[in-house]
Design a protein around this ligand. Structure first.
Ligand code: F6P
Length: 354
């Protein structure tokens, strides 16, 4: 009787999930396992839903964005008897192993199910936020930042024509990696991150001097930046307790603040979920494929409670509990590197030696 592995994708989707699914299924079939899809993340498991995953279902999805399994932000630990129902479903579906693909939330549930019930789960890290500890990169990040970088360059074109300051709001939740990489790679004059509250005065000075030199200036801001004195009491939350950030309107708020500070016409654009779709880049396809293969090898070897992780250029196995214990936020070293790319231009414009 062949062993059976279930696959689920949870949390925000991102390009790379389908190559990871494809690789895990192809590896499993090669090892003599059966594969089943668990639709819509932990929701599908709680409802004991599954459908067979054959080679034909996955062999051509390497270049497709999104996830063929569907996803949700369902948290079994927020439902009465949810964890127990999940374990009943494992038996009902005849699962010998489950590969959970997700970010801190989805893998956090997997870590708890393994801790509380010794559930035979293995993790594949994915998030466009790149904020998972214990892995150097998560797939989804390269593609989403490549899309955001393109958007930033387009904003520079139109801002230059109109002699404006342009603001691009990107996703990334409570870590600023997406905004950081997008800003550096697009030559932004300023980058606003959750790790550093907005300093309206300094921001205005840097942008005004950039605009004086070039006739345009670009700011890339994370959706989760903080403004001095802001009240976040009534923010809407999801089942994992995260603020639903799209309702904050950070880009527009920052544009208004900049225009007030500088007296220069300023426009904002929000890339939003556009950066979550589209075909995965080469980097993400290769990382996702390697992560899917690694995860299935861990499942086949019975090494549960672990996550496939990129360490340098090698795939390793790290404890799920370690990977989900704390968010990987932008480090002081990266903030210093960012300042070297923005501050000198402002200093040069002011005539002081950089
Ligand atoms: O976690 C990935 C992410 O894209 C965040 O960057 C963003 O804040 C959030 O998901 C958006 O969530 P949803 O797709 O549920 O609106």
């Amino acid at each position: 009787m062949p062993k059976r592995v279930g696959l689920l994708t949870g949390g925000g989707d991102c390009p790379g999930l389908n190559p990871a699914i494809r690789a895990a299924v192809m590896r499993a079939l090669g090892l003599g396992w059966e594969c089943v899809a668990i639709p819509e993340g932990w929701k599908g498991l709680l409802e004991a839903q599954s459908w067979p995953l054959h080679l034909e279902a996955v062999e051509d999805i390497v270049g497709r964005g999104g996830t063929i399994l569907g996803t949700s932000r369902t948290n079994p630990y927020k439902k009465d008897g949810g964890p127990q129902a999940a374990m009943v479903a494992f038996k009902k579906l005849g699962l010998d192993a489950l590969i959970a693909m997700g970010g801190e939330d989805t893998l956090g549930v997997a870590a708890k199910l393994h801790r509380d019930f010794k559930a035979p789960v293995v993790g594949v890290p994915k998030t466009m936020d790149n904020d998972l500890s214990a892995t150097d990169y998560t797939f989804g990040f390269d593609t989403s930042v490549t899309i955001a970088m393109d958007a930033a360059q387009r904003l520079l074109d139109t801002g230059r024509s109109h002699r404006r300051i342009m603001v691009l709001e990107v996703m990334g939740r409570h870590a600023g990696w997406v905004a950081l990489y997008t800003g550096i790679a697009s030559g932004a004059d300023a980058v606003c991150l959750p790790e550093r509250p907005v300093d309206a005065k300094n921001l205005g000075e840097a942008l005004r001097s950039a605009h004086q030199r070039k006739g345009v200036a670009l700011v890339v801001t994370s959706e989760a930046v903080e403004f001095a004195g802001e009240d976040k009491e009534d923010e809407a939350l999801d089942e994992f307790g995260h603020m639903i950030l799209k309702e904050r309107g950070v880009g527009e708020k920052l544009a208004g603040l900049i225009q007030k500070q500088t007296g220069i016409e300023t426009r904002a654009a929000v890339i939003g979920h556009i950066q979550r779709g589209g075909p995965p880049t080469l980097f993400d396809r290769m990382l996702a494929t390697r992560a899917g293969l690694k995860a299935m090898d861990l499942a086949h070897d019975g090494r549960f409670g672990l996550m496939a992780a990129l360490k340098g250029n090698d795939m390793a196995a790290v404890p799920l509990a370690e990977a989900t214990s704390k968010l990987k936020t932008v480090t002081p070293e990266w903030l210093s590197l960012l300042d070297q790319l923005c501050a000198p231009r402002a200093a040069a414009a002011a005539g002081s030696p950089s």
